[in-house]
Each structure stands twice: as C-alpha cells, then as structure tokens.
Design a protein around this ligand. Structure first.
Ligand code: ARG
Length: 455
C-alpha cells in the first residue's frame, strides 16, 4: 500500500510483529459496513462518481460473503483487516477500489471498526445480563418467603429470605446494565472522517456517515477521534465490575453446594464428577466463573498500561488494544450465559436453609428489639440483656427459643411470654418490613417491580 516510498519489503520478523490480521479479522463486518457508509457518502458529496460507489458497494458485499463463507484468503503480508479487505476489493473491481480510501485513513478506520465492535459487545452484555436477571427474579419469586441465614463475616447474622438474597444480585446486575448503557451513550460518536489525525480537505459529510452507522453524532475533535480508546477501557471497567459481581455469586454457589452447607443443589448440567472419587459433584462452572474476573480485569489493566503515556494521536502501540478486549468480551459473554444456566437450574434446599437460619442465635437482634418495644428499654441495655440470654443458651447448648420463660426472667424479671413471638425465623423476616427489607411482602413488591422493568 505504501510501495511508492520503499525499495525493499519488510523483514519476516517485522511482518510477524506488525501483522494484526490474525485477530483483527474479527472486525471484518464492522470494517465493511464502515467502508460502505464512507463510499456512499463520497458519492453523495460528489467526491467520487456514483458508478464507482456502486462498484465499491457490490465489491464489498462480495468480500463480506467470502469472509462469512470462509473462502476469503487472509494474508499476513497485508497486515490487517483494513488492507486485506481493500486488496481483495481491488482484485474484484479494479480501479474504483483505489478511490475508497479518499478522505480517510486507517487511523480513523480502525477507531471506527473497533468502536462499533465494542458497541455490539455492550449490547450483547446487556442482553446477557437481563437474561441472567430474569432467572434470578424467577428464583426470588419462587422463594420470596423461604428463610435462610443472612451472613456478615460469613457468620450467621440474621434470618433473611431466599428471594431477598436473589434480588440483591439483581440489583447488582441492574447497576451493571446501567453502567453499560451509560458507556454506550458516551461511545456512540463516530470517529470516521478524522482521517489520519487532522481532518481532511475533501468536502466529506461526517454527519451522514455517523447517522448511517447509527452513531448519535461525529466526534468533535479529529485528534481525539483517532487517539481515544476510552470506549474500550470503559467496556473493560464495566465488564470487570460485572465479573466481580459474577464471582461473588459464583463463590456463594461454591459454598452453598458444599456438603457442609447443602443450601443449594446445582444441576448435573453445571456440575462435574471426579475421575477418582465417585461420590463427588464439583461446582466447576461456578469455580470457573469465580476465576473469569482474573482475565477480564487483567485485560483492563493491560489496556490501561498500553494507553498510559501515549502521546497524541495514533501510535502503533494501540494495535495492542484488541486481543485483550476480544478475550474479555468472550469471557464475559460465556460467564453471563453460564451463570444464567446455573441460576435457572439450581434448586434451593429449603429445609437445610431454614434449619441453618435458626442457628447461631440469629434472632438475637429480634429479641433485643422486643425488649426495646415491649419494655421500653434503651437499645444499648437491651443489647446487654440479650447478650446475657445468648450466653445462657450457649451454656445450655440450646437456641434462644428453647429457653424457658423462667430462665429468661432470671436474666430480666420483666420479660413476658410475648417474647417467643419474635424468636422464630419466620416472625423475624416477616417483621423486617421497611423499604428494602427482607420481609416476604417487600420481596414480592420488588419482584413485581423487576418483572415489569425486565419485560
Ligand atoms: N492494524 C492497525 C491497528 O490495529 C490499524 C491502524 C494502522 N494505522 C497506522 N497508521 N499504521 O491499530
């Protein structure tokens, strides 16, 4: 493409380090769509003739069908997807192909292709998240009043409902969706027409190509347009936060499916056996999901490290932007689909959940609250009295509701029979009716809200 200036071809090692076709061929569809929009605009503005534009359009469609059909011969000597497509176009249609690159550079071309590719992934991530959220909402609806232990420090804290726990993740994934939407709105400006870096003297119509390619507007600064990779970084940052959420849920599934907990049974479809221990059911999918954050966040750190300190505008360093984003996007989509599958299939073990909910003096706070409400005790004193009752139960090796009224009155004489009404785990969760609380009634309201939002 630049043979005019060079007497000799590149060294083989130079070709190996320089070529990106091995990975950037994934942007073929975006490259061809961008070129078609550019060619149509060049004709509409009179920069090239309609017949040349038509030849280019048809040729590009042929190239696309060759790539999609797997018959296209990719060449490392042609470096990247942009030059591979253009060279094939030339072979197919001859001279008019040479006019396609008028008023354009590979710098704005690659910025465009990559931005469109990432934009598609943002849409796919939102779809994947919403499918996962639907599965979790279904779990929440089924188990709005199943009690389970709520944990802090992985120590039993207070009883909560299964539905409430599922909806906590729905909130987290809902924020992920909103982050991806925010990022999409910010990235939805077209770099095409920035040319190499300074804009072009040809009377191009950047508004027209931006609209054709479904962007809100052209980017306002040509230097920024070719130098910016914020859209990819934001995608990776959002993907990292989402993967972090996935890893937390995955970790809970690993713990919950263990013999020590038995809170949940993962389906055969998402478990594996052991080659030596016949009894084993391993939560491999959950473990792999727990690990995916490593690759995704690694990609984010990798691209930050590539971009930091680069002077404006384009530097070849930026060719190192793609592989990690591709890998992170693939990992994220797979992780979302796997979590959706697990969330759909998993079966809560309601008896084990309920039994566990009552352990660890989980209704001690309810008891303290009762002392405040029924006896008018200051909360700090109630906390102290409850502590003494917990110590007594612990000493006797029983749970709080197993203490007799007389035993309780030996700690505080005013305690009455009514105290037992707040000690059961169902009473406990039913009483937490504040907005955002775990009461089944509140959970059902949130389920209804999410069903409405998710459609
Ligand atoms: N393959 C290149 C990349 O991915 C395309 C842009 C090349 N631009 C250039 N001035 N050499 O970044």
């Amino acid at each position: 493409m630049w043979g005019g200036r060079f007497a000799a071809g590149p060294d083989a090692i130079m070709e190996a380090i320089n070529a990106s076709i091995g990975f950037d061929k994934r942007m073929a569809a975006q490259d061809i769509e961008g070129s078609r929009a550019h060619a149509a605009m060049l004709a509409a503005t009179g920069i090239i003739t309609d017949s040349d534009a038509e030849a280019i359009r048809e040729g590009l469609l042929t190239v696309l069908s060759e790539i999609e059909g797997g018959t296209f011969q990719f060449s490392a000597a042609l470096e990247d997807i942009h030059m591979n497509v253009e060279a094939r176009l030339k072979a197919l249609i001859g001279a008019p192909a040479g006019r396609l690159h008028t008023g354009r550079s590979r710098n704005d071309q690659v910025a465009l292709d990559f931005r469109m590719w990432v934009r598609d992934q943002v849409d796919a991530a939102i779809d994947g998240l919403e499918a996962l959220m639907r599965a979790l909402v279904a779990q929440a609806e089924a188990g709005a009043d199943w009690v389970m232990p709520g944990f802090t420090h992985l120590q039993v804290a207070q009883p909560v409902t299964w539905g409430h726990h599922m909806l906590a993740y729905v909130e987290m994934f809902g924020r992920d969706v909103s982050r991806f939407r925010d990022a999409r709105a910010r990235m939805n400006e077209s770099p095409l027409g920035a040319a190499a870096l300074a804009g072009t003297g040809f009377p191009i119509d950047r508004q027209m190509t931006a609209e054709a390619l479904r962007f809100d507007r052209p980017m306002a600064n040509s230097l920024d347009a070719v130098a910016d990779r914020d859209f990819a970084l934001e995608f990776l940052a959002n993907a990292s936060i989402c993967a972090m959420h996935l890893s937390r849920l995955a970790e809970e599934l690993v713990i919950w499916s263990s013999a020590q907990f038995r809170f949940v049974r993962l389906s055969d479809g998402f478990s594996t056996g052991s080659s030596i221990m016949p009894q084993k059911r391993n939560p491999d999918a959950a473990e792999l999901l727990r690990a995916k954050i490593g690759r995704i966040m690694g990609a984010m750190v990798g691209l930050f490290t590539v971009m930091k300190g680069l002077p404006l505008t384009y530097s070849k360093d930026m060719q190192e932007d793609k592989e990690q984003v591709f890998d992170a996007a693939d990992s994220l989509m797979l992780a979302l689909a796997a979590m959706e599958g697990m969330a759909k299939d998993m079966v809560a073990q309601t008896e084990a959940l309920e039994a566990a909910a009552a352990t660890g003096f989980s209704t001690a706070t309810d008891l303290a609250d009762w002392l405040v409400r029924a006896l008018g005790m200051p909360f700090r004193d109630a906390h102290h009295v409850t502590g003494a009752l917990v110590a007594m139960a612990e000493g006797k090796g029983c749970d709080l509701p197993d203490l007799s009224l007389a035993e309780m009155q030996s700690v505080h004489a005013d305690i009455k029979e009514g105290v037992f009404e707040v000690l059961g785990v169902h009473n406990s969760v039913a009483s937490r009716t504040t907005f955002g609380g775990t009461a089944p009634a509140r959970v059902r309201e949130q389920v209804a809200t999410w069903k409405e939002r998710l459609g």
